[in-house]
Design a protein around this ligand. Structure first.
Ligand SMILES: [Zn+2]
Length: 262
């Protein structure tokens, strides 16, 4: 597939892959449980719908990550979690279809050793800001300091030519996206959505939820007129103070997600 030339290329959004990588060490069941809960929370909080995904770096091997098979996040169970290499090769898919956009995750883990979890979504308030030629997503309230004052927007035409389906469907596109994460923990993807990174599953879930909230507030406040945004110093101070409390919403959202699925 030659994406550089801009030739339209066809691929299904759910794909079968051979298990080409060897299992080395199994991740902990607790990590898999948290990943399952994260899938449910992100659905409950409106960050993902039938699409979107969350991954975590394996706690048994930092060169591997865990991601659900190709399915709606709200329905993920522990049996649906598959281990991948950074190249997007499956370790234990055993014939199950995988996400086409798994390259988002692998290339970010490769580029950012500090990143332990990644959320990719098409959340509804972010998309308008991914296509606006005048407005950029920018932190405007204390819960979203990590958004910062200068959010990058990934333009897939620069890496994939003028006729892609906008999906990150190979390692080259994943790498081009991951380049935008130097100094940033959220990157918008033009006409598509966003990807958010964090130091843990609760951390990235917190950030994905509040990035969407910030975007919604930005659309609402923008309709009223000019907006006063957080300064860089305020962003930094808010990240330090507020993100230290991410366990509180995680516990609440986890209890809600568990209750709903009883
Ligand atoms: Zn996507």
């Amino acid at each position: 597939m030659d994406t550089k030339s801009g030739h339209p290329h066809q691929h299904p959004t759910a794909v079968n892959v051979r298990d080409s990588a060897a299992a080395v060490a199994a991740p902990s069941p607790a990590l898999i449980d948290d990943l399952v809960v994260a899938n449910h929370i992100l659905f409950d909080q409106g960050v993902v719908d039938a699409f979107g995904h969350v991954s975590v770096r394996s706690d048994a091997n930092p060169e591997r990550f865990l991601l659900a098979r190709n399915m709606a996040p709200g329905q993920v169970t522990a049996d649906d979690i598959i281990e991948f290499t950074f190249d997007g090769e499956a370790v234990n898919a055993r014939g199950r279809k995988v996400y086409l956009e798994r390259f988002i995750h692998g290339e970010i883990y490769r580029r950012r050793p500090d990143v332990m979890a990644v959320v990719h979504s098409h959340s509804h308030s972010i998309v308008p800001l991914s296509v606006s030629k005048s407005a950029r997503l920018r932190a405007l309230f204390h819960m979203a300091g990590f958004v910062g004052t200068d959010t990058p927007v990934f333009e897939i035409r620069e890496a994939g030519g003028p006729a892609t389906d906008l999906l990150i469907s190979n390692s080259a596109l994943g790498k081009a996206l991951s380049d935008h994460f130097d100094g940033h923990d959220i990157v918008l993807m033009r006409g598509h959505g966003s990807t958010v990174v964090g130091r843990s599953i609760p951390h990235v879930v917190f950030r994905a939820v509040y990035a969407e909230t910030n975007a919604r507030y930005q659309l609402q406040a923008g309709a009223l007129g000019d907006i006063t945004y957080l300064t860089e110093d305020e962003c930094r101070a808010c990240v330090e103070r507020i993100e230290a409390q991410m366990q509180r919403p995680w516990d609440l959202w986890k209890a809600q997600a568990t209750e709903r699925r009883r």
